[in-house]
Each structure stands twice: as C-alpha cells, then as structure tokens.
Design a protein around this ligand. Structure first.
Ligand code: ADP
Length: 402
C-alpha cells in the first residue's frame, strides 16, 4: 500500500508518494501556477517532466492532473493502492495537538484558524476538498505545523498583552516547522540510541524560513516562531524579532498601510533587507568576495541563532545535542561554525574538520562536535514529507475507521 502526501499552496500543489513497506519515496512533483499558465513537474518514477502545459483552472483540476501523473509514472496504478492521504496544514491553532483524521468537523476547525493564517489555511482546505473529490473513500489526515509545539507551557506561549486579547482573539505563540523539528528529533534519538523522551535537544531549522526549538524530554517547551512565522530568527526575507513599536513608527513615518508593512516585514526584510539577497549561497559568495553588507547579514543571522541557543540552554539546563537541519543548516559549514562560535563554555563546540568534511547532498546523519565537549552537534537532513506520511499511517492505523 502507498501514502500520498500533499502540500497545497494558494497556486500550487506539491505531492510525494511513499511505499509503506519500506518508506521509499516512489515519485514526487508539483503542479504550479494554478489559475494562470500552469506548469507541472514529476521528478522521479518514470521522470515525466514538462513545463508550460495547458492551463490548470483550479485545485480540483490540479488534483486530477496529479492523479494522471501518478498513473503515467506507474507509481500508482489504481486508487485502491492508496492507503491514505496526508495533508500538510500550516495552522492548527490551539485546537489540534496532534495529527488528525479529517472529517467535516475537522475541516470546519481548520477554517476557524484562517484569521491566524490567512495565506495558508484557505489553500490547505481547498487541497483537502480537491483530494477528497479525486479519491473518495481514501482516509485523509491533517498534519499540522503547529501541533508539536502545543506542549509549550503558558509562560512560554503567552504574550504579555491584556488577557482578553488572548482569550477572545487567540493571540499567543503557536510555533511552526513542527513536523521538521519532530522529524529531526526522532532521527537524533535513533542515531544516539536513546528514547526521544529521555533527550534534551536544541533543533535549528535553518532554511529560507528559520526557527529553533527547545526540546525537553522529547517535548517542545519553547520555539522561536510565534503567533505567525514572522517572529524569532532572521530569515531569507522575514525580519524575525523586532521591537513592535517599529511597526507603529513606520506606519506614520512612511504613511503605509498594514498590508504594505506586513509585506515589507515578511518579504523585503531578513537577509534580503540587510544585503539585497535572500539566498544564503549568494550571500556567502558575496561575503567571500569582500562585500561588507553580505558579511553583516551573515553575522546578524548567526548572532541571532547564538542568542537563542544560549537562551534555550538556560531553559533546558543540560543539552544532549544541538541539531542543524534544512537548506542552510544541512549545507553550510560556514554558517554552522558562526552559529556555535564562543559557545564552548556551554559545552557546545564544532570540530572544524568534521564540520568542513560534510559535503552537500549527503543524506546521512553526521556528528560535527569537537572531541573536547560533551554536547553532540548533529547535522540531520530533514524530511517533512516522510514525517507526514508516517504520521498519516499511524493516525489511520490507530483509528477505528480502517
Ligand atoms: P525552504 O524554507 O524554502 O524549504 P530550504 O530548506 O530549501 O528552504 O533552504 C533554502 C536556503 O538554504 C537558501 O537560503 C539557500 O541558499 C540555502 N542553501 C542551500 N544550499 C546551501 C549551501 N550549500 N550553502 C549555503 N546555503 C545553502
């Protein structure tokens, strides 16, 4: 049997199909620019690859195209082979602590979170509806980016704002990237031959979006993203932590609307705001060529990560491993070294040779700590789709429906 994982955005649907026996990925691809001049790509299986195909009018049609692509690549010969479909859902608010079998009530609850995630949750609901229509009767599961962080205690997730703002408007910290933090935490436990619930970890998801999580005895007790993914670390185009008064100041000084400010802080800030480029590879190249703005961007990025490692170390008391993951965390020895610089007094230090030996594209778990320190420093490639697939199967297997 097979599991299909779907990640639906406002104009795209990404998919990956796994075989349950051995969790092998059979094929993956994307239908994008839905509603415009669409393109599609299937990267594995028979390697169907094309751009600029006939327009896909909406997500329902996009889902039917995915069905055809799965059949064409022979990864899925008939719908009967499909055990379940797992959906990435960005915001579960405080209603979802774990992955959940989807029914009408659950769709309603995901809709209720739309004010908290206006860009993502509407698309997620459409994806669920399109998949139910294309594969009627196949169990569907929602896996939430926020769920892993629902174990945060109130002193970590509350903002110091008037009580009614929390009670009536649900303004609190939720955290994101939960599927990735949980996946690498489980992989770290396997690698260290320990049970996850005996481990204290600091997991660093450093990609275009970036966040850090403090994991105590296997549970998230704090994370850097907040009510939205804007809080915390410096990211490709997001500012991360910022004095909220800057927003009021800019609204007056620039005479801009809320939407314009939101767009500036989400899409024009972070690495891009500091040096003009949001892609860390380019930023590092410019820094190597002597560009001072690029150097400042990398220094600010790493400085913010170090502050969080220090803060989370203080919360945890002892740390078994610091884990680097996602595009930057997995591939950049330079940034990893900068993030751990000066942390030897906490028992966190990287061996330059082990760090440098790590070549991109290697999917193995690697240990890069210095011999002199107790805390492991691990590089673990993340795989959110695989984690969604596994959680989907677990939910369906433990439910009474199948
Ligand atoms: P997303 O959040 O879009 O999934 P990724 O996890 O793919 O992002 O990470 C994208 C980031 O990783 C980009 O900033 C990219 O430049 C960076 N990255 C990828 N490979 C390298 C590398 N070899 N060195 C430095 N940065 C890298």
């Amino acid at each position: 049997m097979k599991v299909l994982v779907l990640n639906t955005g406002s104009s795209s649907i990404k998919y990956e199909l796994f075989r349950m026996d051995d969790w092998q990925s059979l094929t993956e691809g994307i239908v994008e620019r839905i509603g415009e001049r669409s393109s599609e790509r299937a990267d594995r299986g028979e390697g169907v690859e094309r751009g600029d195909v006939e327009p896909v009018a909406d997500h329902h049609q996009g889902m039917r195209r995915i069905g055809q692509m799965l059949t064409e690549s022979q990864a899925l010969t008939n719908a009967g082979e499909l055990f379940a479909i797992g959906h990435r859902v960005v915001h579960g608010g405080d209603e979802f602590q774990k992955p959940t079998m989807i029914d009408a009530t659950v769709i309603e609850a995901i809709r209720r979170q739309i004010p908290l995630a206006p860009l993502h949750n509407p698309a997620n609901v459409i994806g669920i509806e399109a998949a139910s229509a294309a594969y009627p009767g196949v169990p569907q599961v929602a896996v939430f980016d926020t769920a892993f962080h629902q174990t945060m205690p109130p002193h970590a997730y509350r903002y110091a704002v008037p009580e009614f703002v929390y009670r009536e408007h649900h303004v609190r910290r939720y955290g994101f990237h939960g599927t990735s933090h949980l996946y690498v935490a489980k992989e770290a436990a396997k690698h260290l031959k320990r049970s996850l619930d005996s481990l204290n970890l600091i997991t660093l998801h450093l990609g275009n979006g970036a966040s850090v999580t403090a994991i105590e005895n296997g549970q998230s007790i704090d994370t850097s993203m907040g009510m939205t993914p804007l809080e915390g670390l410096i990211m490709g185009t997001r500012c991360g932590d910022l004095d909220p008064a800057v927003v009021f100041y800019l609204a007056t000084a620039l005479r801009v609307t809320n939407d314009e400010l939101e767009s500036m802080l989400n899409r024009e800030s972070g690495l891009k705001g500091i040096c003009g480029d949001n892609d860390m590879r380019l930023v590092l190249q410019r820094m190597a060529d002597g560009d001072s703005q690029a150097r400042l961007a990398v220094e600010m990025f790493a400085y913010r990560v170090r502050k969080y490692i220090g803060a989370y170390y203080a919360l945890l008391g002892s740390v078994d491993a610091v884990v680097f993951t996602a595009g930057i965390g997995e591939n950049s020895p330079r940034v990893r070294a900068a993030c751990c610089e000066g942390l030897a007094p906490l028992g966190i230090a990287i061996d330059p040779q082990r760090n440098g030996d790590v070549c991109g594209g290697n999917r193995e778990i690697r240990e890069i700590q210095s011999e002199q320190v107790a805390c492991r420093v691990l590089v673990i490639p993340t795989d959110e789709e695989l984690e969604i697939a596994r959680q989907t199967v677990e939910v369906v297997t433990t439910s009474h429906i199948v």
